[in-house]
Design a protein around this ligand. Sequence first.
Ligand code: ZN
Ligand code: ZN
Length: 145
Amino acid sequence: MKTIIFCRECDLRHIMEEAAVVCECGHETKILNDPATGPEVKVCAICGYEHLHLRKEFPRPLGMAIVVVAAISMWWMPGKIFWLPLIIASLIDMALYHVLPWKVVCYVCSSEYSGYQPTDEQAPYDLETATEHQKLRWPKKTSIV
Ligand SMILES: [Zn+2]
Ligand SMILES: [Zn+2]
């Protein structure tokens, strides 16, 4: 399980390994509630909101490599089937999409949680929901504290 956070002040990416991480800009980000208590993330550990969505754990360099290889191989294909590498590339993409796990991503603070089970309420990214939640200020003020 891995948590990636983005500094609220400067947007720098950090891997959250401790209960708090101090950014190069001096801003400290703390974990409000530890997500590692169960197989699911229901509340964001960093901002405290429950607005989470799912994203495929798709390594971007791999996606790029597939496209580049497909584009190059098109040159070597006999004229009639020059499109074949593109078809193969998209088949690989589709296959990967089914195999790769989901990660849970926060709408509000963009924190990413890898290795957790998606809950029933969590759905893939939705632009409308995102626009609505990005206006929220975080960390959320909890009534308990
Ligand atoms: Zn920072
Ligand atoms: Zn969050």
